[in-house]
Design a protein around this ligand. Structure first.
Ligand code: ATP
Ligand code: ATP
Ligand code: MG
Ligand code: MG
Length: 259
């Protein structure tokens, strides 16, 4: 029986359970980070501390929320993959989305001073988020490849853009001289004008960051004969791998294993 005459208002809520047997992707993205990062808040084109802060937030997400099997981050965005069978909050989209985004944002603010001890936050950072369902691991891999290709295209452009600006061009001039250039033209420009070999730039800038639970073997003790007793331990790991090709996935088949 209803406990008050007002309880009927509950009936207006909609069921937003995500379909079963689908991988759930939660992608968050910094709101107006172009402005947030401006005026020397972040180094350009890639502020290493800002990226490391994002990575720590993602690691904390994997430690805090059950069933996140993989996360991929670049710039001001992070994608979290929840396994297909998750029953986290009965798969309710609004719960997964709101908890994920608010938790990430809180950690970002809490850890800010560890990464930027000499910079006060000028405005409260916020993130938007969305959830997407993919029925096959193959599509999840294509999703991640799409994000990594985007990382590559943007990073190559931004690297050229900021090199040109730092060498004295205005932002408009830099933009003009990059118009219509292909990937190989940009690599050539970096090499010819700035002696920069794009492939030698830090992998975190070029490839983005992957966070996942790795199974590492560790020695827990020595037995009576002095031989090491080993055990597999789960460890949240950050790496900067190519996730477009099959190598990483062949080496970590359990991450996107379908039941
Ligand atoms: P929106 O609110 O639509 O997401 P936005 O300004 O956040 O707008 P994005 O397309 O998300 O635009 O791009 C993020 C911007 O944040 C980048 O273009 C870059 O200027 C800045 N940025 C994010 N991370 C870094 C970083 N680690 N180093 C330098 N700049 C960064
Ligand atoms: P859920 O995660 O499902 O929301 P919950 O523990 O947050 O679980 P709520 O029904 O939201 O449960 O209730 C919030 C609880 O937080 C209250 O029961 C109370 O114990 C505590 N609480 C919230 N605000 C106050 C406050 N101002 N003073 C004291 N206790 C508070
Ligand atoms: Mg953004
Ligand atoms: Mg972005």
């Amino acid at each position: 029986m209803a406990n008050s005459k007002y309880e009927y208002v509950k009936k207006f809520e909609v069921d937003d359970k995500l379909p079963p047997h689908n991988w759930i992707v939660l992608r968050i993205d910094g709101c107006h980070f172009h402005r947030f990062s401006a005026d020397h808040m972040f180094e350009k084109p890639n502020d290493e501390n800002a990226l490391n802060l994002m990575n720590i937030c993602a690691v904390t997400m994997l430690e805090h929320f059950p069933d996140i099997v993989f996360a991929y981050g670049v710039s001001d965005e992070y994608s979290f993959i929840l396994k297909e069978t998750t029953e986290f909050y009965q798969r309710r989209a609004s719960k997964i989305l709101s908890l994920g985004v608010s938790y990430f944002t809180s950690v970002y603010v809490m850890k800010w001073k560890d990464f930027f001890p000499h910079k006060e936050l000028r405005e409260p950072p916020s993130f938007d988020g969305r959830v997407i369902c993919y029925p096959r691991a193959k599509i999840v891999r294509d999703y991640l490849a799409w994000r990594q290709v985007d990382c590559h295209i943007n990073n190559q452009y931004n690297t050229c853009f900021w090199m040109l600006v730092k060498s004295g061009k205005t932002e408009r001039e830099a933009q003009e001289s990059l118009k219509g250039t292909l990937a190989k033209d940009k690599n050539e420009l970096l090499f010819q004008q700035f002696s920069v070999n794009y492939d030698k730039l830090p992998a975190m800038f070029r490839k983005g960051s992957c966070v996942y639970v790795d199974k590492v073997e560790e020695t827990v003790k020595l037995d009576d004969s002095g031989n090491p007793v080993k055990r597999l331990r789960k460890k949240v790991t950050v790496g900067h791998f190519d996730i477009i090709g099959p190598k990483f996935w062949n080496e970590h088949p359990y991450i996107l294993e379908e039941e």
